[in-house]
Design a protein around this ligand. Structure first.
Ligand code: ATP
Ligand code: MG
Length: 348
């Protein structure tokens, strides 16, 4: 684990203590790109934390980052379908629209206006150094890198800061972006007066879940197990997951990433320790491991999948959740933009 991840893990533990003591003091913003179905990496990396914090009494904003679909592709394909899929997943896992605000940033003009002053606060060199942007360029479907790809961490700063989010439950890949958001908040406050918090990332016990090919589970890499997949599809995907030649199952993420990510997945679904799970499987080998994982995932996801199917019967309600969330997000964004105008001395 590199040093910055280690520091973020320690900071997350401290944040958890503060959140438990005084949940009303914090505001959570986090979100997903509508580029495909949400998967188990999302669930254990961030979705579960959103619901837990909501239930703890923290105000939660959930963003569907529709403009950011265009960072690494020319057109936003099947956008409505993906947006509705995300909404179904949120409701199925327990996001409660009465307590949490779900919105898409293209519907919130005042949020997007923050991008302009924010862009002036970071250098081109700083944007070019971002390791997640470099990784995403490597996996991009475009032949040329767009300006939006370089600037999307700044757009993300607008996403987080428009509602003064100070806790951001994310996966490990988002840490470099959070640093840019913190830098922008700090520089804005220094230049124009204190308006924004400096938000912290909140990592879960699975900040980087691997997919069936033993690289980061991602919607766009064809290596994910969707929350909404059925039991047979789940079994099929796990059956073809990458393992290794060592017959005896152990938990060793550094040297056995494929096997260990399957062990971790079972452990997360069973709320157990991965070392214990690996020890129990031991000589049962890869076949035994895959059997355990499949059963654990399907048992854990069954109630979520059932609720998802129920909500899918009432898409009118599901769309209304987004409309109401957008209305609230617009009010919050307008208020923040007014403060920014005041601080910068611009008039309307
Ligand atoms: P895409 O391939 O389109 O980039 P993605 O699977 O990376 O999709 P995002 O919408 O980019 O999903 O990420 C949404 C949130 O989920 C972010 O907070 C990200 O850190 C987290 N996340 C994504 N993949 C994982 C993973 N494999 N493990 C843990 N967290 C993850
Ligand atoms: Mg991503």
């Amino acid at each position: 684990m590199d040093r910055s991840v280690g520091a973020a893990v320690r900071r997350s533990a401290e944040l958890e203590r503060q959140l438990a003591r005084d949940p009303g003091r914090f505001r959570v913003l986090t979100g997903d790109r509508p580029t495909g179905a949400l998967h188990l990496g999302h669930y254990f990396g961030t979705l579960q934390n959103r619901v837990r914090l909501q239930d703890l009494g923290v105000e939660v904003f959930v963003l569907i980052a529709d403009y950011q679909v265009l960072t690494d592709r020319d057109v936003a394909e099947r956008l409505t379908e993906h947006v509705e899929g995300l909404l179904l997943d949120y409701l199925a896992i327990g996001v409660d629209p009465a307590r949490s605000t779900v919105f898409n940033h293209s519907a919130v003009p005042a949020l997007n206006q923050l991008l302009l002053p924010f862009l002036s606060l970071v250098s081109v060199a700083e944007l070019g150094r971002n390791p997640t942007v470099k990784d995403e360029i490597a996996h991009s479907r475009q032949s040329a890198v767009s300006g939006l790809m370089y600037t999307y961490p700044v757009h993300q700063a607008a996403d987080i800061l428009f509602c003064k989010g100070d806790v951001v439950p994310v996966g490990q890949d988002q840490l470099p972006h959070l640093e840019i958001t913190r830098t922008i908040a700090r520089r804005f406050n220094e230049r124009y007066g204190a308006v924004f918090p400096e938000p912290d990332a909140l990592l879960s016990a699975a900040p980087l879940l691997l997919g069936t090919d033993a690289t980061k589970m991602s919607k766009s890499r064809g290596n994910s197990i969707a929350l909404g997949a059925d039991a047979d599809e789940t079994a099929r995907l796990i059956r073809r997951a990458t393992t290794d030649a060592d017959r005896y199952i152990t938990y060793d993420p550094e040297s056995r990433p494929g096997v260990s990510s399957l062990v971790l997945l079972a452990a997360l679904c069973l709320d157990r320790d991965p070392y214990e799970v690996a020890e129990e499987i031991g000589a049962a080998g890869a076949a035994g491991l895959k059997r355990t994982v499949t059963e654990a995932v399907n048992a854990r996801m069954a109630p979520i999948r059932a609720r998802r199917a129920e909500y899918a019967q009432d898409m009118g309600y599901v769309r209304e959740v987004l409309r109401a969330g957008n209305e609230r997000a617009n009010a919050v964004a307008e208020a923040t933009l007014d403060e920014v105008r005041e601080a910068m001395g611009t008039t309307r």
